[in-house]
Write a protein that binds this ligand. Structure first.
Ligand code: ZN
Length: 99
């Protein structure tokens, strides 16, 4: 299953930033376990993960390809009703904005 992000140091990172920061290599099946600055394992986040809000990379702020739970979709629609939201959100979940 595809890795879309990594969790480390109590934050989420895109694959490119996690590679730079922690040395992870998602294309290597034999990639050993990596540790974050607190000594905890760097966890991969897979494409079937869901979140209650849009998740962005803690380093480069790129929107991560993590799906939204029903609560997450409501959260995005609530914010969109109040004001502008990032274009990346509209690109990722266009069906939330077509009503
Ligand atoms: Zn990043």
């Amino acid at each position: 299953m595809k890795i879309v992000a990594y969790a480390a140091d109590a934050a989420l990172y895109c694959v490119a930033c996690a590679h730079d920061l922690y040395g992870v290599n998602p294309t290597d099946p034999a990639d050993p376990e990596h540790r974050d600055r607190e000594g905890n394992p760097v966890h991969p986040v897979f494409e079937d993960a869901h979140s209650d809000q849009p998740e962005h990379c803690n380093a480069c702020q790129t929107l991560l390809a993590i799906g939204l739970s029903p609560e997450g979709e409501q959260y995005v629609q609530k914010l969109a009703a109040r004001g502008p939201v990032p274009d990346a959100w509209r690109g990722e979940w266009p069906w939330l904005f077509d009503r």
